[in-house]
Design a binder for this molecule. Structure first.
Ligand code: IPM
Ligand code: MN
Length: 367
């Protein structure tokens, strides 16, 4: 089977880490008998430089015609002084909205070989961290009405948090289905003690839970959840939450694993693609790290694991997905580390070498 992948390398370290993910995909295709075709596209700072806008229509159209999208990272100091709607970040928000990517899955797992990197107390780390944040991605305050007005207190500005029944229901369904494939626990995070939008959110999550009797559901206010993430991360299996709370909590979750360079993400739209079950955009959780660009030091693992999520979620290729994840684990277990996860007595390698090691191990897991 042939799959068409739109590739947006982006800015900073984006192109380097994406190149390794593509090499790994190609090797997985060879081993398991699939063909991946790539269309390279511009978005973010590189698109601003080339076309004068962060998200050219051609990029949106080509993504729509693909089976999935692999994105590196966007942004950099060169574009930091541009007005809000011209900044590279607009490309991400625009892609999410244009492609309807309402469900953002951000797994945060403390890899056993990397326990040293965890900033939490050793006894807390030893209990293990393995959770996934299911973040609503196309609604809420990110996309609500906003504006500015003059008042007798000076200029005022406002943004709106608003959620509809259907927006909450579909992300709740996604969270419960995700939990069915994992630890069968969902924690809903909201601010229902204060916000009306959170009260509706909680009602709908509760109602949706009735359709998933095998899943345990609990509710937490977001302030408490941010405490529990560092006090007792083992409590969490699947977290379901709003766009903004998910933005904040997924960064916190990534930090407690100690290695943001390792964490992949998937953004899904619930619609099947010509190539498989669900169209999605896949990208590392980390940013473009402009200071590391071009130095062959960035960690490509988040991008490689994002490609594995693509194989699983968009193409239903579970075996190659698991093989890629297994190869990453094998390389880490063998002691290889990029600089961001380097520790005593380990073997430091660059971006390309890490990709090559993963490819070599991929061959071994199958043959
Ligand atoms: C993320 C990022 C984006 C967000 C920014 C760059 C718009 O922080 O993907 O988490 O806030 O969603
Ligand atoms: Mn963020």
């Amino acid at each position: 089977m042939t799959y068409n992948i739109a590739v947006i390398p982006g800015d900073g370290i984006g192109p380097e880490v994406t190149a390794e993910a593509v090499r790994v995909l190609n090797r997985a295709g060879e081993i398991f008998g699939h063909e991946f075709k790539y269309t390279e596209l511009f978005a973010g700072g590189s698109a601003i430089d080339k076309f004068g806008e962060p998200l050219p229509q051609r990029t949106i159209d080509a993504c729509r015609q693909s089976d999935s999208v692999l994105l590196g990272a966007v942004g950099g100091w060169q574009w930091d002084t541009l007005p809000g709607d011209k900044r590279p970040e607009r490309a991400l928000l625009g892609l999410r909205a244009e492609l309807g990517l309402y469900a953002n899955l951000r797994p945060a797992r403390l890899h056993p070989a990397l326990t040293d990197a965890c900033p939490l107390r050793p006894d807390v780390a030893a209990r293990g961290i393995d959770m996934i944040v299911v973040r609503e991605l196309t609604g809420g305050i990110y996309f609500g009405e906003r504006g500015r007005v003059q008042t007798d207190m000076g200029e005022a500005a406002w943004d709106t948090e608003r959620y509809s029944y259907e927006e909450v229901r579909r992300i709740a369904v996604c969270a419960f289905k995700t939990a069915e494939r994992r630890g069968r626990r969902v924690t809903n995070v909201d601010k229902a003690n204060v916000l009306e939008s959170s009260r509706l959110w909680r009602e709908v999550v509760q109602e949706t839970a009735a359709g998933f009797p095998g899943i345990a559901l609990d509710h937490m206010y977001v302030d408490n959840a941010s405490m529990q993430l560092i006090r007792d991360p083992g409590h969490f299996d699947v977290i379901v939450t709003t766009n903004m709370f998910g933005d904040i909590l997924s960064d916190e979750a990534s930090q407690i694993t100690g290695s943001i360079g390792m964490l992949p993400s998937a953004s899904l739209n619930g619609r099947s693609s010509p190539g498989g079950p669900e169209f999605g955009m896949y990208e590392p959780v980390h940013g473009s790290a402009p200071d590391l660009a071009g130095k062959d030091t960035a960690n490509p693992i988040a991008s490689v694991l994002s490609a594995a999520m693509m194989l699983r979620h968009s193409f239903a290729l579970e075996e190659p997905a698991a093989a890629v994840e297994g190869a990453v684990t094998a390389v880490l277990d063998a002691g290889y580390r990029t600089s961001d996860i380097m520790s005593h007595n380990k073997i430091r390698v660059g971006t390309k070498k890490m990709g090559t090691l993963i490819i070599e191990n991929l061959g071994m897991t199958k043959l």
